[in-house]
Design a protein. Sequence first.
Length: 215
Amino acid sequence: MSFLDYVSENSTRISFLFLQHVQVVLISVGLATVVSILLAMVTERLPKTRKAALSITGTILTIPSFALFGLMIPLFGLGVAPTVLALTVYAVFPILRNAVTGLETVDASVVDAARGMGMASRQRLWRIRLPLAWPVILNGIRVATIMVVAIAAIGAAVRGPGLGELIFRGLSRMGAANALNEALAGVVAIVVVAAVMDVLFLIIGRVTTPRGLHA
């Protein structure tokens, strides 16, 4: 059976796993975004704490995916929970790094002007600094998303949802009928997810970036 014939015959299953993959990625990145932005805001006046947070989250990226997913099993068992948690942990660093960079690079004169207009610190943060830092933050979210799309496939090792199931099952059956097609379908579908997500974030950037900040 050719690859295209395999995809056609198994389109329902592939589509279901495709949607699962997208969902687990969006949930994980959404959680990581909230955690990262809050962490960047809370540690703004605590440079040592901020540096430690960046160092710890950066170090976590060096942990092999299989190892991190495996470490989640004793605590959270198998399935969605360890998958989402592991992906969230991986996604924090690029978002946090860009959130910190974005907030630090906002033009001081703009912030001073807002202060001169009587804006409180919280107002300056929400109405001036975060909107101006948003393009940088969004780029961090975009990078984290593309990274997590690939890592999410490892979630199949802990019975997590998504396209990793096709890859793991196909590789475990290598040499059997359609095993290669199955693994290849998972790989191709993940590439498609990454491409779709990338385009989506480009559109979001265009729509949500303040007009004066467009390139």
